[in-house]
Design a protein around this ligand. Sequence first.
Ligand SMILES: Nc1nc2c(ncn2[C@@H]2O[C@H](COP(=O)(O)OP(=O)(O)O)[C@@H](O)[C@H]2O)c(=O)[nH]1
Ligand SMILES: [Mg+2]
Length: 206
Amino acid sequence: MKITSAVFDSSAAALAACPVPSLPEFAFIGRSNVGKSTLVNRITEKRDLARVSDTPGFTKTINFFTVNRRWRLVDLPGYGFAKASQQQRASYAGMIEEYLLHRESLMCVFLLVDASIPAQAQDLDFVRWIGEAARPFTIVFTKMDKAKGNKALENVEAFVQTVSPWFDDPPLTFSVSAKKQDGIRALQEFIDDSANEVLTSSAKVV
Ligand SMILES: Nc1nc2c(ncn2[C@@H]2O[C@H](COP(=O)(O)OP(=O)(O)O)[C@@H](O)[C@H]2O)c(=O)[nH]1
Ligand SMILES: [Mg+2]
């Protein structure tokens, strides 16, 4: 597949404000600083499409990007909002939860997990939550280049071992390095193939 166009669509602070669900959507979630915005930029092959910020918790809205006029990438606010008040935190969590549970065009949630550090409670909690909600998700291990030696592979292995017993089939995983450009193509193909599947099957129904 080829990226022919990628544009910022809109920002929303509530489910009701999201764009009309006319295209298959793929959402990115994870702790602040895990590499969500960077990954959106790599997948869309645009340097500055999603704002890459070093300030944890900078993105506070749901941001939509339309790619090839066929599918949308969705950059969700990071969880663990260091600079937000308790009340702000609760309202972001509510907004994200509503989007994840009720967005009809959501095809897959990508949970980004930092492979350079051991499993974090917040990430494991999210896997458990999304599994219980029975929403389609995959795990994307980021920053595969960052830790020394085999550490990243060991962290990935340990994470998968921890969560796999919670599911009938172990979750699908990807490993990427935005820095080295590793694993990006596989994600692009997965997204495009998934979008094609739904677009063709809905075309048949019409
Ligand atoms: N070493 C390394 N750093 C990365 C990678 N992906 C992102 N980063 C860095 O991690 C920081 C946070 O990235 P960002 O995309 O803003 O994270 P977000 O808060 O999840 O959107 C930035 O300084 C990025 O340059 C990666 O694959 N490898
Ligand atoms: Mg970001």
